[in-house]
Structure formats: C-alpha cells, structure tokens
Design a binder for this molecule. Structure first.
Ligand SMILES: [Zn+2]
Length: 255
C-alpha cells in the first residue's frame, strides 16, 4: 500500500486573537494551500477511499491526501466550502454534534473568542456536494478522562445524530484533542466506525492502526513553503532546518 497523508485544519477564517492564529487559516491562505496540493501532484481522496484501502478493498492513488477539518465551525461553510468545491476536494468535516447551530462554547474555556458553529441545513447542503461528515463527539470532552458509559455516549450519540440528520452511515471519528486510550478506540470500533483520526503527526500506511491514523496539522500561520515541507516530510515540525534534522535522524536511527 502506498503511503498516504491526512491533513488537519480547524477554522478557515481570519484569526481574531494571537491564540487563534495557529487554528484559524485565512481563506486566501487555505486557497493557496489547496492550490499547492494540486501543484505538487497530490491526489485528494476521501476518508471513505482511505477506509476501503486500509481494509484491502481498493487501492489508493499515488500521493493520496485526505483533507479533514475538526470541530464543525460555521466558517467551514461560509469560507471553505466554495474553495473545496473549486478544487474538487472531497474533504471530511468532523462535527461536535452538541454544539450544532450554536457557539463554540467549549473553546471559550480554553481562551478562544466566540465563533458560530455549523447548522444542519449547511451540513446537508455540503453533503449534497461531496463533503463528508465524521463525528467528533457530542461535547468535545477529553475522552480518556471519562468513565466508560459517558465515553460511550459521547461517541455513539454523535454518530447516531449525524446518521439521522444525513440519512447515511457515519463511519469516521476524530478524537477531541487527539486524546484517546485503549478504552476509547474499543468504544469507537464497537460503535461501528471504521476509522479513527488522531492528532499524532506523520504519514500513514497499512501498518498503521485504522483507529489511530496520524494527521499532519496545518497551522493558520503556515505559508506555502511550510505546507510543502510538511507534506514532503510528514511532520508538523517543519521549521527551516527540518530537512537537515530529517536526514540526520535517518542517518542516526538504524533501528
Ligand atoms: Zn476538536
């Protein structure tokens, strides 16, 4: 199996505070990123294709790349949707179902400004135009800290709601904060998901557990060259010196 890459974004908007800058990718920059992906010869694929490839039912194209956006903020519709359509990107948005049509209140505890969330009308319109929706829990908790029954409800109820609203299977889960323990992946499997996305950085191949897929986080502050480095070297740490470090690591790591 060819290696493949999954990118992770959060908000597609101008940042309003310094804290938001890492998570908020301005629309113009997001457009440049999508252009860069195409220019570099990457092949955008859906997570559905990734799932089929991981279970040996289909092959992925060379340089396959899946775009994911976590949380379900309204700017995914107002700013990102047109760009994803323009570049024909079958992205996946991971919805925090307890906040649909409301505000990102769980983030305000973390020091972020108030932002509107997607509503179901917007989600349904995007679903009709090639955007896929995965689950990101109901309330965005740290799932490793919850008792089994509470964690089960967060995972299972978010899946149920998406399936009821969209009338199709919801097969992909992203762990809030990238936080999971063995109990979490077991619950995600039991609920009927086929893939679980973490926030660990790196490429994937069929040696990776489908329930701990790695993703490369793209920061709102990443210029084009940084995105190029990230998708070339498969790491979030794409400083100017990273290529040197990468080769030194390769030379010294014989294990
Ligand atoms: Zn999240």
């Amino acid at each position: 199996m060819e290696r493949f890459t999954i990118l992770m974004y959060h908000m597609i908007c101008e940042p309003r505070t310094a804290k938001e800058a890492r998570y908020a990718c301005p629309p113009q920059r997001f457009r440049q990123h999508m252009q860069t992906i195409k220019d570099k010869g990457f092949e955008p694929v859906s997570l559905k294709q990734v799932g089929l490839a991981m279970s040996g039912k289909a092959a992925l194209p060379r340089n396959a790349i899946a775009i994911t956006i976590d949380d379900g903020l309204e700017d995914n519709y107002t700013n990102a949707f047109a760009i994803m359509s323009e570049f024909n990107i079958p992205a996946t948005i991971f919805l925090t179902t307890g906040y649909m049509g409301g505000q990102n209140s769980w983030m305000q505890g973390e020091g972020f400004p108030s932002r509107p969330m997607l509503n179901w009308t917007q989600v349904k319109e995007m679903a009709r135009h090639g955007i896929a929706f995965g689950a990101h829990s109901v309330n965005h908790p740290r799932l490793s800290t919850l008792q089994k029954t509470a964690a089960h409800a967060e995972i299972y109820d978010s899946k149920q709601e998406i399936e009821e609203q969209l009338g199709s299977a919801c097969e992909h889960f992203a762990y809030p904060y990238g936080d999971f323990i063995e109990q979490t992946t077991e619950l995600v499997k039991e609920a009927g998901f086929t893939l679980g996305c973490s926030t660990r950085s790196g490429f994937n191949n069929n040696e990776r557990s489908p329930f701990a897929l790695h993703r490369i986080e793209v920061y709102g502050t990443d210029p084009k060259w940084k995105l190029k480095q990230k998708i070339t070297f498969g790491h979030n740490d794409a400083s100017l010196f990273f290529p040197v470090k990468y080769y030194v690591d390769r030379l010294t790591d014989r294990s």
